[in-house]
Design a protein around this ligand. Structure first.
Ligand code: DGI
Ligand code: FE
Ligand code: FE
Length: 195
């Protein structure tokens, strides 16, 4: 983490505010704050959670063709589902942008950014915290179950992950949106872990 301490949070915030626009930037700060609270609750680095939360959506406003080119240039695999639903790529592209543009070297932070939309099996505590903070941060109002999930997040990370994935899969099915096999794989993995 020593390298990361040299990162100037204020200059990152300034860039993100400009690039993401007011609404997305406010969400970003909400994820950052929520991730810091969860990190202190679960005894992991608060600074890593702060930087991962701040940067998790850094590629959200990239043009589709630019996020594809960035992933290609960085030899990041683009799956068929991602080709059909390019917005999903903002997670992988975000990790590459965090590395190249924001000079983040810490692999744990990059991993949390990379898997923040679909999750993945065997996530680290930081991966889980960013995934969950993204869903429950105070500016979100997309689900009636948020008050329940916001409390659960500070009691049981894995159960919160399962509940969020369940809600997401239900929502995607209802909307008829294509489900990324990684979202289902993550859900199945944590259901199996629980039993
Ligand atoms: O970038 P954010 O909006 O803050 O949050 P996010 O990166 O978690 O993206 C949320 C969106 O991603 C939400 O509309 C649901 C969608 N999503 C998550 N998993 C899948 C998915 N969309 C599709 N098509 N397939 C998935 O498996
Ligand atoms: Fe996102
Ligand atoms: Fe987000």
């Amino acid at each position: 983490m020593t390298d990361e301490y040299r990162i100037d949070l204020e200059s990152i915030k300034k860039k993100l505010n400009k690039e993401l626009g007011a609404k997305r930037y406010t969400h970003t700060l909400g994820v950052m704050d929520t991730a810091m609270l969860l990190a202190s609750c679960y005894g992991i680095s608060i600074q890593k959670a702060q930087l991962a939360g701040l940067l998790h959506d850094c590629a959200k406003k990239m043009k589709e063709k630019d996020s594809i080119s960035l992933c290609e240039a960085c030899h990041v695999e683009i799956t068929d589902v991602e080709k059909r639903n390019v917005f999903l790529l903002h997670a992988k592209a975000g990790a590459e942008l965090a590395k190249r543009k924001y000079h983040v070297k810490d692999e744990e932070i990059l991993s949390a950014i990379r898997c923040h939309t679909t999750g993945k099996p065997d996530m680290t505590i930081l991966d889980k915290i960013i995934f969950i903070a993204d869903y429950i941060e105070p500016n979100r109002s997309h689900s009636d179950r948020l008050p329940y999930l916001r409390k659960l997040a500070f009691q049981d990370l894995d159960e919160t992950l399962i509940q969020i994935l369940q809600d997401t899969l239900f929502y995607l099915e209802k909307k008829g949106n294509e489900i990324d096999p990684m979202t289902k794989k993550t859900y199945d993995y944590y259901i199996k872990e629980r039993n």
